[in-house]
Ligand binder design. Sequence first.
Ligand code: AMP
Ligand code: MG
Length: 333
Amino acid sequence: MPVTAATRLMYPDPEAIRTAAACLAAGGLVAFPTETVYGLGADATNAAAVARLYAAKGRPSFNPLIAHVEDLAAARRLAQFDAAAERLAQVFWPGPLTLVLQKAPGCAVAELATAGLDTIALRAPDHPVAHALLAAFGKPVVAPSANRSGHVSPTTAAHVLADLGGLIDLVLDAGPTRVGIESTIVACLGETTLLRPGGVPREDIERVLKRPLDEAAPPPASEGEEPLAPGMLASHYAPRATLRRDATDVAAGEALLAFGPRLPRGADRASAVLNLSPRGDLIEAAANLFSHLRALDASGAATIAVMPVPQYGLGAAINDRLARAAAPRRARP
Ligand code: AMP
Ligand code: MG
């Protein structure tokens, strides 16, 4: 069972694969080899496990993660495949190609794993150990590279332990990976757009599609502006409601996104209240962040008052995302 006092290192025999799958099912963190680098895996459907993954990596922001699946059939349960996506998956999976697709209705992946977006990044890795683990677990696994944020990607189990020993539950050691180019990322959302070059060359993809890929939109011109023009890809979750951060009181009709045991003045006047973590736990708060924001947005309130969240641990990433969600922006399409 997890909770990481010590990190276990296991040779990936069938017994270890079963142990690793059970560990994921219990919300644990398992590093495993893919054809690119070692990934740090967590149950993509378990928001608390995904929050623990961000904490172990020490990431300053919740960027959306790639969900790894066993095969195309598993991917189809999570996302909508247009003709281009279908073709690319048929040809390049398993392999280092990630597809960004519209989420399927009822997609089981946690909001935190996709950073609140309506799209999801999916890939079927081409490594026997990764495949065995995904097959045994039977659910999608998010797996960014198994290193502390800002460090180089690990190509051996020893690299993983050096960075994350004591912070994760288990490492499946299958020796060095085929030295890591990251996966190519292509969005299939009406247009077919290259988001990141990587292991599958652009030319190979264009040959299969029989047409050129679109270029990714340039980054926003200035902070707080979102690339939301038609054909461009939203880079982060943006609620319809206005966010009022660091709220120490609540005005009538505002919704309240609370944190911690003590609610601000006027909380009883709020049109809706959700608490990121009544006990003030930042991992719990991270797990709830996007689903609570969405629910309060859906409540119809024009403004969501957001209590202050401390800036340590996962608080930094929570505040980063709240700042982006609160930034003024142009009209949405
Ligand atoms: P890594 O796991 O480190 O290879 O990085 C994952 C990459 O996938 C990051 O560049 C993310 O921004 C990108 N990504 C994941 N999900 C999405 C999405 N829904 N839309 C656009 N990019 C995504
Ligand atoms: Mg990385």
